[in-house]
Design a protein around this ligand. Structure first.
Ligand SMILES: C[S@@+](CC[C@H](N)C(=O)[O-])C[C@H]1O[C@@H](n2cnc3c(N)ncnc32)[C@H](O)[C@@H]1O
Ligand code: SF4
Length: 343
């Protein structure tokens, strides 16, 4: 694993202090935290996120020490943000696969955030999860430790499509995860879908949308498949093994999803007679681009741990971390600052 060149920006001083301009207005803006967990069991062929399998991690870095190091960095973040009251309105554990850490590890990180910053009343605390890494028991543990929202990577309901995406879960498992999450007390459960996978038909996409809606999440994200350079999917398309996604097909899939999800989100003409509670209707959002905000509502968002793309935002300042976990484990905390923040 070779680190890339250092980012533009000023090296962080030894005490990790933020530039004064970065601290201006802290406590007056919404505040949230993003915790990146860069581990996956296997790498899906389409994915270029900052994540590592056990084999890619190599010696010197394990998942076991991760929670403890993340907690060290939370304490560091609290220190450099000074005494301002900044309760977190949102906390987002993204991946990689956060649920490869045991629920006790995720709970310990969340508890450190609560202890250092405090969670605002009604704070939204999300964990991303792959369906094969959660079950009834782990979901109950996560809910009991303060997580309020699960975001589950379903991607497709069709086994042929899941195979092209290199997904490991069986069709039907994501829908069961939604039911388990509901029975564990999660009011908010979201499903991720991908459209435009090579070989996916219009019927496959409609079947995936219908399965996702009937599972009863309160949110569905539909992502257009992006063929990222350097991925196995890009190589397979390059060799002519798979067809590249077609723009017209993508546009049609987007429109089909828009129509189907809008209908699912529409209140029934007579909800009292349909018996469908308000909260059980799907609020849908179709995203044709991914990597929108890691934390959904916050502008002031320190990113902790070896964050995706190395970039994270701390108050009015962009911070960069070591990208590869063995280096971050030796030196948690940001390495470079860029201020003022250019959005
Ligand atoms: C950061 S991933 C992590 C979630 C979790 N590891 C999983 O795969 O279920 C979040 C979402 O990004 C989407 N995604 C990742 N790579 C993508 C790509 N190349 N094109 C479109 N969507 C992608 C997938 O839908 C995935 O669920
Ligand atoms: S899509 Fe999710 S499970 Fe697959 S490699 Fe990327 S982060 Fe890991």
């Amino acid at each position: 694993m070779t680190p890339g060149p250092p980012p533009d920006g000023e090296p962080v001083p030894a005490d990790a202090a933020l530039p004064p301009s970065a601290l201006a207005g802290l406590g007056q803006r919404p505040f949230g935290l993003y915790v990146h967990v860069p581990f996956c069991t296997t790498r899906c062929g389409y994915c270029d996120f900052n994540t590592y399998t056990a084999a890619e991690l190599g010696p010197g870095a394990t998942r076991d020490s991760y929670a403890g190091q993340a907690i060290d960095e939370i304490r560091l973040a609290r220190r450099v943000l000074g005494g301002a009251a900044v309760q977190a309105g949102t906390v987002f554990f993204g991946g990689g696969t956060p649920t490869l850490l045991p629920p006790s590890g995720l709970a310990a990180i969340l508890s450190a955030i609560d202890g250092e910053f405090g969670l605002a009343p009604g704070a939204e605390v999300t964990a991303e999860a792959n369906p094969e890494t959660i079950d009834q028991r782990s979901l109950a543990e996560l809910r009991a430790s303060g997580f309020t929202r699960m975001s589950i990577g379903m991607q497709s309901a069709v086994s042929r499509v899941l195979a092209v995406l290199d997904r490991k879960h069986e069709p039907g498992r994501p829908e069961r995860c939604v039911a388990w999450a509901r029975s564990a007390g999660f009011e908010h459960v979201s499903l991720d879908l991908i459209y435009g996978t090579p070989g996916e038909t219009d019927e496959d996409w409609i079947a995936s949308l219908r399965s996702a809606v009937s599972a009863g999440p309160d949110h569905i994200s539909g992502y257009a498949l992006i063929v990222e350079p350097g991925t196995r999917l890009a190589a397979r398309i390059g060799r002519g093994e798979l067809a590249a996604p077609d723009d017209d097909v993508m546009a049609d899939r987007y429109l089909a999803a828009d129509e189907l999800l809008a209908a699912a989100a529409r209140p029934a003409a007579d909800s009292s007679s349909s018996g469908q509670p308000e909260a059980s209707r799907v609020s849908s959002m179709i995203r044709s681009v991914r990597r929108s905000a890691g934390v959904r509502t916050s502008r002031a968002c320190p990113g902790l741990t070896p964050a995706a793309r190395r970039a994270a935002y701390a108050a009015g300042c962009r911070t960069f971390h070591h990208r590869v976990p063995p280096m971050w484990l030796c030196a948690p905390g940001p390495t470079h600052h860029q201020s003022p923040l250019v959005q």
